[in-house]
Design a protein around this ligand. Structure first.
Ligand code: AMP
Ligand code: MG
Length: 347
């Protein structure tokens, strides 16, 4: 059993020192960021980073994001930063944006999975920044979950899954954004979004930067197909329960699809995850209704979604239908997670 430090109200300086010492000595710590919880280790210590891969059961070819708290650390991990990358940092750091940069070869090989690039982020969460600063080294931190499972957005969701594999947990309450950082790579003066997040295509284009979504954001990777980001190949975010995505459309079209499914599968125990506004359509249909937030507040949905994906497994369902969302702004990121959570089963 691991200890949990409670930093929900305030950061305890003594405990902060202990966390920094654990990291300096090669331990691994679960801590909050503004996106999701991460499992952190000293990015320059191969053995420590190995512990993360082991704790998560993460495929070795999937590189980790390096978290920094200041620009000196950036210089130590990355080089040859161009004007567009600089502009992105100036605008969005500290914050939920990971930039794939030329590696300086200072982090452990396992962090970059042997690539000559490194993903770097300066988070804005105060606890995360203080932990990185106190440990005084770049911290590699993937999402806190066993590989393939939904990312952890509150300690209660992930403690039992990870408790014997982690040296210490830091509880900062539910994370603000709830889905992982936007991952972007600049190539030929274009910012390519490899993983969508709260910082959207539109936000980047607003800076006058050419930007586009990678073709795999909504499409599965074919066998032997080359990908820009190894993480695209792997199973992600999936509950154990079978889930099916209802493609976003006018209310009536979505509701008709759910109705038809229910009528054709009367012997199954079914739930629907839906917009608050749609709950009324599914009442009296003998299915469980799980509200994910208002259609007018996609940020709230992004905050709730991983916790809901974990909650589904507690209901002993045969199938869970999940309403999809409009694919713009942060909706791009939510839909990307949902398509993967449903393993490309779309109705
Ligand atoms: P996670 O650590 O679970 O938040 O996932 C990190 C994501 O960033 C994965 O999809 C990785 O494949 C991606 N990533 C990290 N480093 C790189 C890199 N150097 N090049 C491309 N993608 C990267
Ligand atoms: Mg992850």
């Amino acid at each position: 059993m691991s200890r949990i430090y409670n930093f929900k109200e305030n950061i305890n300086e003594e405990e902060l020192k202990n966390i920094a010492n654990i990291l300096k000595e090669g331990g691994i710590v679960v801590f909050p960021t503004e996106t999701v919880y991460g499992i952190g280790a000293d990015a320059t210590n191969d053995k420590a980073v190995e512990k993360i891969f082991k704790a998560k059961g993460r495929p070795q070819d999937n590189p980790l994001i390096v978290h920094i708290s200041n620009y000196d650390m950036l210089k130590s991990v990355a080089k040859n930063i161009n004007n567009i990358e600089k502009k992105l940092m100036d605008k969005f750091w500290p914050g939920p944006l990971t930039i794939i940069l030329k590696s300086n070869n200072k982090v452990a090989d396992s962090v970059t999975a042997g690539l000559d690039t490194v993903g770097v982020r300066m988070p804005s969460n105060d606890i995360a920044l203080k932990i990185i600063e106190a440990s005084n080294r770049p911290i590699a931190a993937p999402s806190a979950n066993v590989s393939g499972r939904p990312s952890g957005t509150k300690i209660e969701d992930i403690y039992s899954e990870l408790k014997d594999r982690i040296d210490l947990f830091v509880d900062g309450g539910p994370t603000d954004i709830g889905i992982e950082s936007t991952v972007v790579k600049v190539e030929n003066n274009t910012a390519i979004i490899l993983r969508p997040g709260k910082i959207s295509l539109e936000d980047i284009q607003e800076l006058g930067i050419n930007a586009k979504l990678d073709k795999h954001i909504f499409a599965d990777v074919k066998k032997n197909e080359k990908v820009e980001s190894p993480g695209m190949k792997h199973r992600h975010y999936a509950p154990n329960t079978q889930t099916i995505l209802i493609e976003y459309a006018e209310d009536k079209i979505m509701v008709d699809k759910v109705d038809k499914y229910i009528n054709n599968n009367k012997n199954l125990n079914i739930a629907v995850v839906c917009f608050d506004e749609h709950a009324k359509y599914y009442q009296n249909k003998n299915i469980k209704i799980i509200k994910m937030g208002s259609i007018k507040d996609p940020l709230q949905i992004s905050k709730n979604i991983f916790s809901i994906l974990r909650y589904i497994d507690k209901l002993e369902l045969d199938v869970c239908l999940i309403e999809g969302i409009n694919k713009d702004h942060i909706g791009t990121a939510i839909e990307n997670r949902l398509i993967r959570a449903c393993e490309y089963n779309i109705l």
